[in-house]
Design a protein around this ligand. Structure first.
Ligand SMILES: *Cc1c(COP(=O)(O)O)cnc(C)c1O
Length: 361
């Protein structure tokens, strides 16, 4: 089977084995005479699969007992509003670290709900760097400190995380979840859309320390209330069944391939191939990102002119390398090298980059 080389930022590449499993099981799930996507979410067939999925997620990330884990709809974007609605207490502030497009959107929503303290604003650096985690201390009277572990568009990624003491730490990990082990105990909430590293779009994972719920605001509409979702394990209303089923298969694939540590090894290997090519190009390719915070998942880079970048993209797409155009807000090139992207595809991109430089340098 021929597969294009998929560098899309999201939705993004899936493990081919998982696509084949979905194909093979979509009509008749494990010989039960029924498809998973036809079954009631209140029935055993779905519930058994869902429990397995949540169990695997806990196992792979080492999520302690005192955390709830479940999936919701609405994308990561719905969480931008739900977090301040639930946890930004009147009379207090929430600390936000604005490090790129995604944390910026979260900040905008929070500002509509309550008082936001912009702890860090990367606007002036064009979102190419982060604060040193050792120097990050939340405000007095802070409801929580919010960060995005990997800015998918700008390509900056936290390599370690701040200690926020008693102040809850909340993180959007949409685009680097399960690409490395994470010290879950440091966080009160971790969430993200699944469509970057975990499966097809639809589901949003929520990992939340149970004690965080004790500090929540009251009187929220049902779907916006985490307390209700925690109680129902995400099954208050119909969950995104197909997406969750596919996530379960991707989690099994991650487990077979060395778990979070195995994914970290792959991520370091693949991203190094591209960064080494950029750094070894004598300035032909330029990474705008502070080397201390370079993302292992999304690698933006520039060439010397818009024209040359256009030529690069059109030659790459003729070689079936997809999704390399940088986000419209920043321009340039971006290679997303998520968990499921084969290392051979990354080598092919690096070879193309070297050849393109020879022909145009
Ligand atoms: C893609 C992305 C989002 C938005 O996810 P949706 O599921 O489309 O709402 C939020 N945060 C980060 C870091 C992302 O990469």
């Amino acid at each position: 089977m021929y597969r294009k080389k998929n560098f899309f930022a999201g939705p993004s590449v899936m493990p081919v084995e998982v696509l084949e499993q979905l194909r093979d099981q979509i009509v008749d799930y494990q010989g039960q005479g029924l498809s998973m996507i036809e079954a009631s979410h209140r029935g055993g067939m779905f519930e058994d699969m869902y429990d397995e999925c949540l169990g695997l997620f806990r196992e792979l990330l080492g999520i302690p007992e005192e955390y709830d884990v479940y999936f919701l709809g609405g994308g990561a974007t719905l969480q931008f509003a739900m977090i301040p609605m639930n946890f930004l207490r009147p009379g207090s502030v929430a600390d936000y670290i604005k490090s790129g497009t995604w944390s910026n959107k979260a900040t905008d929503d929070a500002q509509k709900i309550g008082d936001v303290h912009l702890y860090f604003d990367g606007t002036d650096s064009k979102f190419t760097t982060l604060p040193d985690p050792k120097t990050v201390h939340p405000s007095k009277n802070s409801s929580y400190l919010y960060l995005c572990s990997n800015e998918t568009i700008h390509g900056v990624e936290w390599q370690s995380f701040p200690d926020t003491g008693d102040v809850p730490l909340i993180a959007d990990m949409s685009s680097d979840i399960l690409s490395r082990p994470v010290p879950v105990e440091k966080f009160d909430m971790i969430y993200g859309g699944v469509q970057k590293n975990l499966g097809p779009a639809g589901a949003t994972f929520i990992i939340m320390k149970k004690s965080l719920l004790e500090k929540r605001n009251e009187n929220l509409p049902a779907y916006l209330n985490y307390q209700l979702h925690a109680k129902e394990k995400g099954l208050y209303n119909t969950p995104p069944v197909f997406s969750i089923w596919a996530v379960k298969l991707v989690l099994e694939w991650i487990k077979r391939n060395g778990g979070a540590a195995g994914m970290q090894k792959r991520a370091v290997e693949k991203s190094s191939i591209i960064y080494d090519t950029i750094d070894g190009s004598g300035g032909f390719y330029r990474s705008p990102v502070d080397p201390a915070y370079r993302s292992r998942m999304n690698i933006p880079f520039r060439l010397s002119s818009d024209e040359l970048e256009k030529k690069f993209l059109s030659e790459a797409s003729a070689l079936d390398m997809l999704g390399l155009k940088g986000h419209r807000s920043v321009g340039g090139i971006r290679a997303s090298v998520y968990n499921a992207l084969p290392v051979e595809d990354v080598r092919a991109l690096a070879d193309f980059m070297k050849g393109f430089q020879k022909r145009n340098g």
